[in-house]
Design a binder for this molecule. Structure first.
Ligand SMILES: Cc1cc2nc3c(=O)[nH]c(=O)nc-3n(C[C@H](O)[C@H](O)[C@H](O)COP(=O)(O)OP(=O)(O)OC[C@H]3O[C@@H](n4cnc5c(N)ncnc54)[C@H](O)[C@@H]3O)c2cc1C
Length: 498
């Protein structure tokens, strides 16, 4: 399950962890948000460290489909359902500024970018109205969108809205350039350092697995913030989706396509070693709530083989991103942290533009600046439509919580270890436990998420334990991978087959 980008990327140069070091700014997370924000601060002459739990790009950014577009599927009409035209325009303005910043950056640093038209298309007749709605939304927000009644593509389509001259790239090329640039300005980029707690004080203490460092300002660029201040984990949904790359024998479609109806399908090409691979994405769902992620990958593979005969799969991967009720990211200071701790989250799979917009917002908030669109987005209020979405999402979380416990208690503990690649939740007394076997290694862990006690489910594609409540994920042996949890799973037993 390695993405096309991470498979090809050379290792980024990094720095040593210096215990008790003091920085002007400590950034947690080295995805696009962390690296762009870090670069903006080192360029302003500040001492900056970025602490990354795994490797640069390990989470969403290294597993994205890398489309840089202001036409974002059906996102704009979705935002307009929740907010005013003025706020939605501010969202588009911020995304435009993010996109222009990144395109300029790529040009100046020799990062390859392919300009492509973006299409939001109907994959069924029922999607035609959504396409029309997106067209009207785009127009009302000042985008030069046009209608396309017949797409030249091999898969079913019933018309589309098109925005010319958007872009696509290899996101690891971008991260590599940013990381080099950040370090050349004196920034410290420290990988394999998981931050476990942040204690606001003067300066703020950032405690990691390798010791503590201190920052006058701390920024959580961690996908979702792992501090529970502000309860942001409950104000957004963690959504996992899949992407696959294929060699195809025939011509590939010219454009970046995203269906407006379900199941979603995203199609673009990627130039790899002189040939164009086809990238197909989709089949998204709330984290931890799919019966079998492996079956969803098989379904996407079958879809591609059907419409691109002779397609040969080279990569498959999955990742998660976070959706707010309004579709507009959260960015700014965290409540009850004395304006010393900031965060950005909730890009809803449109982070290539939103991450940069949020980085510009953070730099402007902390260094002083005047970005009218960011001021407008800061001042937006929660609407009844936001509240409705929030209540619906949290009701689903409640249902998932109850279902998890009932499922665990109803399943009798087996004496046999699960087959390789399988994981099963049962119970020891009242405690839900998860038993899995991966490459002959059978592990028993507590199946209760240390974040808010959700019962975990087995992800048969990533071989991980995933929480259906707020999206935390853990390795089969219990180590935290991602999400709002701060700790690992309690390990109960382990046996390795010789
Ligand atoms: C399948 C998929 C396809 C997508 N396609 C597109 C697309 O085509 N176009 C688009 O615009 N957007 C797309 N997105 C969205 C985009 O990829 C994300 O919004 C964006 O990459 C998020 O960047 P980030 O830096 O905020 O988060 P991430 O890239 O997730 O980075 C967060 C980093 O923080 C680290 N971290 C977390 N917790 C800690 C901790 N406690 N201590 C230290 N480090 C920590 C993580 O390891 C990670 O490296 C897609 C998303 C998915 C899931």
């Amino acid at each position: 399950m390695t993405s096309l980008w991470l498979e090809r990327s050379e290792t980024t140069q990094t720095d040593d962890f210096v215990p008790d070091a003091l920085y002007d700014v400590v950034i947690v997370g080295a995805g696009l948000t962390g690296l762009v924000t870090g670069l903006l601060f080192v360029r302003a002459g500040m001492r900056v460290a970025i602490l990354e739990a795994r490797r640069v790009g390990s989470a969403a950014t290294g597993n994205t489909t890398g489309k840089l577009s202001l036409l974002q599927g059906k996102h704009l009409s979705g935002i307009l359902r929740h907010t005013t035209v003025k706020t939605a325009r501010a969202y588009v303005d911020g995304n435009r500024e993010g996109m222009e910043w990144l395109l300029r950056y790529c040009l100046q640093h020799g990062v390859a970018v392919q300009r492509r038209d973006a299409f939001s298309y109907a994959s069924t007749p029922a999607g035609v109205d959504r396409v029309e709605e997106e067209f009207r939304a785009g127009r009302s927000l000042g985008l030069d969108v046009t209608r396309n009644y017949a797409l030249d593509v091999p898969f079913p389509s019933f018309g589309a809205v098109r925005l010319a001259d958007q872009a696509q790239f290899d996101p690891l090329d971008v991260l590599d350039a940013l990381a080099r640039d950040f370090r050349s300005h004196g920034g410290q980029l420290i990988e394999e350092t998981r931050v476990r707690s942040v204690r606001p004080s003067q300066p703020t203490r950032v405690s990691s697995d390798r010791g503590a460092v201190f920052g006058d300002k701390v920024i959580l660029a961690t996908g979702t913030p792992f501090l529970d201040r502000g309860l942001y984990f409950a104000k957004q949904q963690a959504l996992r989706s899949y992407a696959l790359a294929f060699r195809v024998p025939r011509d590939t479609p010219d454009g970046m396509f995203l269906s407006v109806d379900e199941p979603s399908r995203s199609v673009r090409t990627a130039p790899i070693d002189g040939e164009d691979r086809v990238l197909v994405g989709g089949n998204g769902h709330p984290v931890g709530r799919a019966e079998s992620p492996l079956a969803l990958i098989a379904d996407l593979t079958a879809w591609t083989e059907r419409y691109f005969p002779g397609a040969e799969r080279t990569n498959s991967w999955s990742a998660q991103d976070y959706r707010t009720a309004s579709g507009i990211p959260f960015v700014g200071w965290m409540p009850r942290a004395r304006k010393d701790v900031y965060f950005a989250s909730g890009y809803d799979k449109w982070g290539m533009t939103n991450a940069v917009a949020c980085s510009l917002t953070l730099a402007s908030d902390i260094l002083g600046g005047n970005l009218p669109w960011s001021q407008k987005l800061h001042r937006r209020v929660t609407t009844p439509a936001d509240a409705g979405t929030f209540i619906g999402a949290n009701a689903a979380v409640g249902v998932a919580a109850v279902r998890g416990y009932l499922g665990a208690w109803s399943r009798a503990k087996s004496t046999e270890p699960p087959a390789d690649g399988r994981g099963v939740v049962s119970h020891h007394g009242i405690l839900p436990v998860g038993v899995s076997t991966v490459a002959g290694d059978t592990c028993t862990v507590s199946a209760v998420c240390p974040h808010l006690a959700g019962v975990l489910t087995w992800n048969d594609a990533e071989l991980s334990w995933d929480c259906p409540l707020h999206g935390s994920r853990f390795a089969a042996s219990g180590e935290l991978i991602e999400g709002p949890a701060k700790g690992d799973l309690r390990r109960i037993a382990r046996s390795v087959k010789r």
